[in-house]
Design a protein around this ligand. Structure first.
Ligand code: CA
Length: 221
């Protein structure tokens, strides 16, 4: 998404990006840009610093209150002060005008690549409170201390960590963890929750997994 008030310039950038197979939406002032930026999940926002209405810094600050969308700030002047202000308000990178379109494209690719790496990094780890799971190695830590779990205990823990704050009935847990081979009684869930608690909890009083009598279990974030 591009927020840029100079029509010729924004048209030029839009055409170049479209040519590179990006789909681009454009806002021509700070207020519209902010609204558009909030309304959807953009891959990246190119934000001009000098805008009528809200300026780029204000738009950036307001976006950052709610969104993690990568922001590339376009500054008209090559002034250190402007660049610092841009980065301080939460922009991921900046580019001073005039710039070569190749440089803009390279910056965009770099930001999107970083974003992709961050996502991958996040998706391989699960955290609830001080419980942490590495989904690749199936290792589990509590407060940095490794915890040894059997396959079933690990699967059960994952069922809870994938659904924090959601009340899980015994039937749902049986379905999720034991699957189709579940010609077993739902009591087995209670047994395994007990095994799991013995391994992850410090004290009985403060279990990660809480019992809701007659309903099921819940792991609160
Ligand atoms: Ca401008």
């Amino acid at each position: 998404m591009l927020i840029e008030d100079e029509k010729n310039f924004s048209r030029f950038v839009e055409l170049e990006l479209t040519h590179e197979n990006y789909s681009v939406s454009v806002a021509y002032n700070g207020n519209d840009g902010l609204q558009l930026g909030m309304s959807e999940e953009w891959d990246i926002i190119l934000l001009d610093l000098m805008l009528p209405g809200l300026d780029g810094i204000e738009v950036c600050k307001k976006l950052r209150e709610n969104k993690k969308t990568p922001i590339l700030m376009l500054t008209a002047r090559d002034s250190v002060d402007e660049r610092v202000r841009g980065l301080d308000c939460g922009a991921d990178d900046y580019l001073s005008k005039p710039f070569a379109i190749e440089e803009l494209l390279a910056r965009i690719r770099a930001i999107l690549r970083r974003q992709e790496d961050n996502k991958k990094e996040e998706s391989r780890r699960l955290m609830v409170l001080d419980l942490e799971v590495n989904l690749d190695s199936r290792e589990v830590w509590r407060d940095g201390e490794p915890v040894e779990l059997t396959k079933r205990e690990y699967d059960l823990l994952l069922a809870f960590m994938n659904n924090p704050n959601r009340v899980m009935s015994r039937e749902l847990l049986l379905d999720t963890v034991w699957g189709f081979e579940a010609a077993v009684d739902t009591n087995v869930v209670d047994v395994y929750v007990r095994y799991l608690r013995n391994k992850i909890d410090r004290s009985k009083a403060k279990s990660y997994i809480q019992t809701l009598r007659g309903v099921g279990y819940v792991m609160k974030r």
